[in-house]
Write a protein that binds this ligand. Sequence first.
Ligand code: URA
Length: 490
Amino acid sequence: MHRVTLRSRNDFAEWRTMARALLLAGLTPDSVRFIDPDLPGDLFAEADLPLHPVTGRAVGTVPERFIALGKDAICHRDSDRFGLLYRLLWRLQKDKHILELRSDPDVAALDRRVSAVRRDAHKMTAFVRFRRIAGPSGQERFAAWFEPEHFVLEPTAPFFVRRFTAMNWAIVTPYASALWDGEALSFGPGGNKADVPAEDALEDTWRTYYASIFNPARLKVAMMKSEMPMKYWRNLPEAELIPSLIAGAKQAEDAMIAKQASIPPVRHARIAARQEIEPAPTDIKSLAEARAAVQECRRCPLYEMATQAVFGAGPVHAELMFVGEQPGDQEDLQGKPFVGPAGKVFDTALEKIGIDRTRVYVTNAVKHFKFEPRGKKRIHQRPNSGEIAACRFWVNLERDFVKPKVVVALGATAAQSLLGHSVTISRSRGQPIALEDGSTLFVTIHPSFLLRMVDRSAVEAERAQFEADLAQVRDFLAEHGGEDVKKAVH
Ligand code: URA
């Protein structure tokens, strides 16, 4: 057994230099033992192998993806991480597609470690709380104590540099500390909680902020604990409010309901009035005419801000129709549905399960982009029930002309448009629903849900479920005499 001692816990470059040398020497993974720098020395182990570090020069096959995953996995606390990476590197030399085999035990172990590290790094960006301390010559400095689960300080510190460039700050963790002096970022040894002052005036600001954003009507304790795991609470000033806010939530919710306005907001009245003024056109005889007419639609106020109406796209008699929510920023500019980030997620899923996008009709429940301008950005806003109802006319026209056998609602807005009432996606997905025109509806998530998920470790499972929903639709169509929407195999 050859022993390899690394100086750093989480320096992928150092591990990579060693691994190249091992690979070049032809040493199999089971003949090598990496020594975890955090574990006490092993008196009986053999001496370190004399290795000649290899840098720069290409040795073997190293896909980019392996490097990206490796940089995260090496920050995991598990002592086996160095060996696991070498085992995978070794196996990659024989099979360069091994990382795609999610069920392979080594690949699954890598995925788990990467997810845990990414989640921990994400939590760090959310839960570090700086306290003000006086510097040696009276200037302002800030320090924070944080206890990450893994060795994520080094990869996450640049985030704080970008966010707090103008401040001088230190983040102290049990295993290392990071220091930003306004110009350079440096790392030093770990410390103790007592190294960082416990209270300052900012604590009250955090508490006030938290109490003001806490919405008793949306309280879900389990979800809250998963977003803000209890292990972080002890270092969060606002966490001490949580028990009392939870205890008082019911009363606060009742008070909110009692206070609700009884007169509809003026905007709602305006929308209702417009709907009366703008009856639906009655003389549209084809999909092409509908496509032209929608540009004149004034049935709700969304046209006022949008660049254009975005109508559906795809074959006139497609047997499969997908309905999304509304165009996003890119779709609004290009005039085509699902061409932005959510479209990419959608396309990738279709490709994966073998549905040919050129053979399906893709549209939205609402044809104009609803957004709120914020600086140079246009922030997506969910359409309300009035807007969905006003636009249902256009979706129904598309369904009348295209006559799809199967319709897929991507998300809750589309489901509400197609069914006329709201549904819970988790309860409706996977079940064919008969529509009054003889077509069959399936409900699944909106692809942008995968982009918005905060818990990145859960994304892959959700993506797999989304793909399974699409595969079910593909098979249902094939079993019910649908023309083949499957991608041609070249
Ligand atoms: N989201 C949608 O629902 N539709 C689009 O076209 C783009 C994003």
